[in-house]
Design a protein around this ligand. Structure first.
Ligand code: N01
Length: 533
């Protein structure tokens, strides 16, 4: 007979940045909260994604918590774009600094949870056999936490080592003297390829879709720059809050159309931003994300950079993407395109030469045998929905999330799901998380959730549940916003298009400030669109 469920006010799933801050915030609010985490350490994304070259693509001074002034003053980043080990150290520092570890149950994976309508609580169970009865269930599992391991027929035939970028081993992987294959050319691959290329005897990159990458120009963090930000950290955070992605106030978007300037001016303006590096290129003009003709000018600017970098003209052309820039998440790189000038690196275009099967020595593509000792799958994630849909979550009337989300991830405000009362999904579908500095989004979500719980408590209310009408209106809004942009014009993980059979529905919302305003208005109106009881 299993013991009766342990009562908690808030059960939090995941000990990444969202779970850590939720635990801290809940405790400060006097709530009894517990985090359960499948891994044996904190850090979420930065715990699992240990592939060579892994680092953040938002500047370190921005990619950090703002909720505690002493924390942001004390912490020192060593590089402009912090690498994975430093980011993991930061997550551990936060856990220790705010004494969070005793509220985290490691090596414990949630299996599922049922909403008990009589008790108005979530009954949750883990693989350890433990059970909890929670008033609130906060899914802090991360939008990019279920690795996509494509169903490559015959992969088992391969006798060498297979690694996935998002489940990289903790011990160092040494490719010295080895032949390595990499499948995928998204952000993970773009960061890993230059590092692997420098170490391995031979590297073969299997590309299905060419990718746009802008230089990081990474380097040691400038002491004067750091001091300047720290002198006015709060104002810097506020300025970032007004940006469309919650970051980038150091280089705000220009307010001029790409079509309103001469070709020479345009080139110079793109070049300025290219020299600075990072995502700012997409803000060179006001219409790159909304006007395909303007967008194409930015595409051609980057294609010309590829042509100028890659010495073999045929390889350069194969590396030139044809979809709109920014439609898939832009990659921020250090030497990605230049890697293809190395004599030990070759590119295989899977559009022209599809994978036909695997052999003990490697794979066959387009009739050609490719041999390698290790294969790296840089094939991304079942984004935004994959992790929740692996669980057995049942809301009112025993309705399964798999049924509610059959045609796509219905949600209200990117935070809640109708019929799943008191369940909050952090940085999930319908939120702006994917387009933002995700730590900014996480802080916004956790603060909103904590305020919501405080409101319920102050008003003697037990539950909050989105209405199906509010949910339907909201999902339509997310798609209306996307339809005004170039985001529907390619096969991205934003659309679920990277996973065979996944419903094609645009999941993230574009525009952080308007989103924050809407969430605040809903709360100010006594949680409009929700039933409180
Ligand atoms: O994954 P991806 P990722 N056969 O989905 C290819 C964040 N992130 O891990 O484009 C052959 O972007 C797929 O091809 P295609 C960031 O938000 C951030 O790289 O679908 N190829 C693509 O090339 C990012 O967007 C950082 O045609 C297959 C690649 O695999 C998100 O995580 C670093 C295939 C997957 O690219 C995901 O990035 C890393 C198949 N069956 C990640 N299936 C930072 O810099 C997939 N591919 C902070």
């Amino acid at each position: 007979m299993s013991p009766s469920p342990q009562p908690v006010d808030v059960l939090i799933v995941g000990a990444g940045f969202a779970g850590l801050y939720m635990l801290h915030k809940a405790r400060r609010q006097g709530l009894n909260a517990l985090v359960i985490e499948a891994a044996d350490g904190v850090g979420g994304t930065w715990y699992h994604n240990r592939y060579p070259g892994a680092r953040v693509d938002i500047q370190s001074m921005e990619y950090s918590f703002s909720f505690d002034e002493a924390l942001q003053q004390d912490w020192h980043w060593t590089e402009r774009f912090a690498d994975q080990p430093e980011l993991l150290r930061y997550a551990n520092h936060v856990a220790d600094r705010f004494a969070l570890r005793d509220g985290i149950r490691f090596n414990t994976r949630l299996n599922g949870a049922d909403f008990d309508e009589a008790a108005q609580r979530w009954l949750a169970r883990a693989d350890s056999g433990e059970r909890w009865s929670a008033r609130f269930l906060v899914m802090a599992c991360g939008p990019l936490s279920s690795p996509n391991q494509p169903d490559f027929p015959g992969l088992d035939n391969f006798a060498g080592r297979v690694l996935h970028t998002a489940r990289w081993p903790h011990e160092a992987v040494d490719f010295s003297g080895q032949r390595v294959g990499v499948i995928g050319t998204g952000s993970s691959a773009v960061q890993a390829i230059p590092v692997i290329a420098a170490q391995a005897a031979q590297l073969t990159v299997f590309q299905r879709t060419a990718t746009y990458a802008v230089p990081a120009h990474n380097g040691p963090l400038d002491a004067e720059f750091e001091a300047g930000i720290k002198a006015e950290y709060a104002a810097f955070r506020e300025a970032n809050q007004r940006m469309m992605g919650g970051f980038g106030s150091l280089q705000p978007p220009n307010r001029i159309s790409a079509l309103a300037v001469s070709a020479a001016e345009r080139e110079a303006m793109f070049e300025d931003r290219w020299q600075v590096g990072g995502f700012g290129l997409l803000g060179t003009f006001s219409d790159l994300i909304v006007n395909p003709a303007a967008n194409e000018l930015a595409c051609e600017f980057v294609r010309n950079k590829i042509r100028a970098t890659v010495t073999d003209a045929a390889t350069a052309e194969r590396l030139c993407p044809s979809h709109p820039i920014g439609c898939k998440r832009l990659c921020v790189d250090t030497g990605y395109y230049a890697s293809f000038n190395r004599p030990n690196v070759q590119l295989v275009d899977l559009q022209q030469s599809p994978i036909e099967g695997f052999t003990p020595q490697g794979l066959v593509a387009g009739g050609v045998d490719h041999h390698f000792d290790a294969l790296v799958l840089a094939t991304g994630f079942d984004a935004m929905t994959g992790t929740l849909l692996k669980l057995d979550l049942r809301g009112r009337g025993g309705r399964r999330l798999q049924d509610h989300w059959r045609a796509g991830p219905l949600n209200y405000l990117g935070l809640t799901i109708a019929g799943f009362p008191n369940l909050f999904n952090v940085a999930g579908p319908g939120s702006t998380s994917a387009f933002t500095n995700v730590i900014v989004s996480i802080e916004h979500h956790i603060d909103w959730i904590a305020d919501c719980i405080a409101y319920l408590d102050a008003n003697g209310l037990a539950t909050i549940d989105a209405t199906p009408e509010a949910e339907a209106d909201y999902v339509a809004h997310v798609n209306t916003v996307a339809a005004r942009t170039i985001y529907l014009n390619c096969n991205s993980w934003y659309l679920g298009a990277n996973i065979p059979g996944k419903p094609r529905m645009f999941m993230p919302l574009f525009g952080y400030p308007a989103y924050v305003q809407r969430c605040a208005e809903v709360a100010a109106q006594g949680y409009a669109g929700f039933v409180l009881a």
